[in-house]
Each structure stands twice: as structure tokens, then as C-alpha cells.
Design a protein around this ligand. Structure first.
Ligand code: NAD
Length: 299
């Protein structure tokens, strides 16, 4: 495959919509598809061509980008016989979703038999990074395949090579497990400090100048938790999905640890308690509220 020019973009949600529109503005011929008519309409309003089925989007595309919620959705799209028939030999499937690396490797092996390459390229940087083209893109794939996709990927962010196919997805899941664990730990720490009489804003500012800092103290607390907006654009359901992928992978490899197991259990409880649409930063509010009426231990 030479450098791609025609791109099918499947999954036009919070991330896929701005990413597909960046590709369009960079000169790629983008055809978008999403199960949701509203998501298709939003991208069409931005000037992209949209179609009514995944197979129509895929037909004739050099690269098929997937920006879907999960491996189940990726498997549903790639397992659709009409999509299978429309995917051309020599084309590339670029899975930018945060998928399960075990599923990714299985899919890559199946596609390779038909001379179709799968490259995984999950991202970090949120909706803002998708809009501004400043995502960190963790790419898994053979060096030559990644080279051919470099210019396309760089319209959306910075390419960081993680290793062979599946490596990007493994790294992304582990990254999000860490990110979610930091966020929960920060909420618990801020709560204890506040009970002691500290100002949460001062706590976060000083932690950022000290060794407890993380993406949670640097970004999520100042931007979404402390202002009380809880609107990062990354759903709690998706964060829990990523944590489960990482923990499942660690279990399969015989190295699941107690901290990861308990962090995912707490997040799962929050997910059960909160509405389906909750933002992942709501883990902090949930932590604050469920402990609000607890009394101090007096002896
Ligand atoms: P989203 O829920 O906003 O969008 C997903 C879209 O996929 C929806 O519009 C949905 O209708 C569509 N979809 C689902 N199944 C489909 C199918 N079978 N065929 C076609 N369309 C289908 O999710 P998002 O926030 O855009 O996240 C997409 C991926 O990116 C996820 O894997 C997520 O974990 C990852 N991610 C999200 C963020 C973020 O900040 N939102 C950041 C990094 C990575």
C-alpha cells in the first residue's frame, strides 16, 4: 500500500467526530459511518461524506479507521460479512479505539490471511486533543506499516511506536488503569485533607509541585473536579472497560495485583450507582458524596 488517500471512518462519537474532520481538512477523502444517525449528521454538517452502512464506507478505502467503544464493537464491524466482502486486499484497518489487545491480535491474524493489515493506534489526550490534533497515539504494528500511516496519523497527534500489533492497545489499557487508579487515590486523599481543614485547590496546587502529582492532579482535578463540571467527555463506562481490559490481561499473564483488582472493584461500584452517561471524572464526586455523612472516628 502506498500512502493512503481515501479513508473510511467508523465510529463518529466524541472522539471520532473531531478526528475525522481533522483528516478531512488535511485533504483526505473521508467517508464516515456510525450506527447513530445523529453522530452521522454532526460529521456531515462539518463537510464529510457519510453513508448508511459500514460496508459502504469501507468499499474502496485504503485505510479503515475504527474509533469504537470496545473490542466487541470492533469485532461486530469486522465480522459483518458485507464489510468483509468490501474490505480490499492490500488495505489497512487502523483500530484507534481502546480495544483489548488479545482480540486485536486474533483479528490481525485473521485479516493477514486476506492480505489486510491491522495496525492498532489508540490515543490519549481526550476530546480537546482530538479537536486540536494533539493526541498521543500509541501505535502497534510492523515498522513499514506504521511508516506508511505516519503522515495520516500526524494530522491527529504525535505518533509513539509501542511495538508490534497489539502493543498499542496493551499500553493504552495499562495507562488507563494507572490513570483511573490515580484519580481515585487523589479523590480519597483530597477528601481526607479537606476533612482536616485543607483547601482542596491549595492541596492540588502543592501536590503538583511535589511527588504525588499525576494527570489527575495536573489536569482532571483543576479542570473538571474542582470546578464541579465533571465534563471531560470520557465516559465512566469506557474507563471501566479499559481497566477491565488491563486487569484481564494481567490475570491471563498470571500477574494481576491487589491494587489493580481493588481499584477496578471500586470503579465498578461507582458505575453501578451512577447513570449510564456519567463522565469518568464523576468518580471523584461519587467518592466525596458516599463518605459525606461519615463521622470522624473519635478514639
Ligand atoms: P463515544 O461513545 O462518544 O463514540 C463511539 C461511537 O461509536 C458512538 O457514536 C456509537 O454510536 C458508535 N458505534 C458503536 N458501535 C458501533 C458499530 N458497531 N458501528 C458503528 N458505530 C458504532 O466514544 P468516544 O468517547 O468517542 O470513544 C471512542 C473510543 O476512544 C473508545 O474506545 C474510548 O475508550 C477511546 N477514547 C476515548 C477518549 C475520550 O476522551 N472520550 C479518550 C481516549 C480514548
Amino acid at each position: 500500500m502506498s500512502e493512503p488517500s481515501s479513508v473510511a471512518f467508523i465510529g463518529l462519537g466524541n472522539m471520532g467526530a473531531p478526528m475525522s474532520l481533522r483528516l478531512l481538512r488535511a485533504g483526505y477523502a473521508v467517508t464516515g459511518f456510525d450506527l447513530s444517525p445523529g453522530a452521522r449528521a454532526a460529521v456531515a454538517a462539518g463537510g464529510a461524506r457519510t453513508v448508511e452502512t459500514a460496508a459502504e464506507a469501507v468499499r474502496g478505502a485504503d485505510v479503515v479507521i475504527l474509533m469504537l467503544p470496545s473490542s466487541q464493537a470492533v469485532e461486530a464491524v469486522l465480522g459483518d460479512p458485507a464489510v468483509g466482502e468490501a474490505l480490499a486486499a492490500g488495505s489497512t484497518v487502523l483500530d484507534m479505539s481502546s480495544s483489548d489487545p488479545l482480540s486485536t491480535r486474533r483479528l490481525a491474524n485473521g485479516l493477514a490471511n486476506r492480505d489486510i493489515t491491522l495496525v492498532d493506534a489508540p490515543v490519549s489526550g481526550g476530546v480537546e486533543g482530538a479537536q486540536n490534533g494533539t493526541l498521543t497515539i500509541m501505535v502497534g504494528g510492523a515498522a513499514g506499516d506504521v511508516d506508511r500511516l505516519a503522515a495520516l496519523l500526524e494530522t491527529m497527534g504525535t505518533v509513539r511506536r509501542a511495538g508490534p500489533v497489539g502493543a498499542g492497545h496493551a499500553l493504552k489499557a495499562i495507562n488507563n488503569l494507572l490513570s483511573a487508579t490515580h484519580l481515585l487515590a487523589t479523590a480519597e486523599g483530597v477528601l481526607a485533607g479537606e476533612r482536616f481543614g485543607l483547601d482542596p485547590a491549595i492541596m492540588v496546587e502543592l501536590i503538583n509541585a511535589a511527588s504525588g502529582r499525576s494527570g489527575s492532579t495536573d489536569n482532571k482535578f483543576p479542570n473538571f473536579v474542582l470546578p464541579g463540571t465533571y465534563d471531560s467527555g470520557f465516559g465512566m463506562n469506557l474507563m471501566v472497560k479499559d481497566m477491565r481490559i488491563a486487569v484481564h490481561l494481567a490475570r491471563r499473564l498470571g500477574v494481576a495485583g491487589p491494587l489493580a483488582e481493588s481499584a477496578v472493584a471500586v470503579w465498578e461500584r461507582a458505575l453501578e450507582d451512577l447513570p449510564e452517561t456519567a463522565d469518568h471524572t464523576e468518580i471523584a464526586r461519587w467518592t466525596f458524596e458516599r463518605t459525606a455523612d461519615r463521622q470522624p472516628v473519635t478514639k
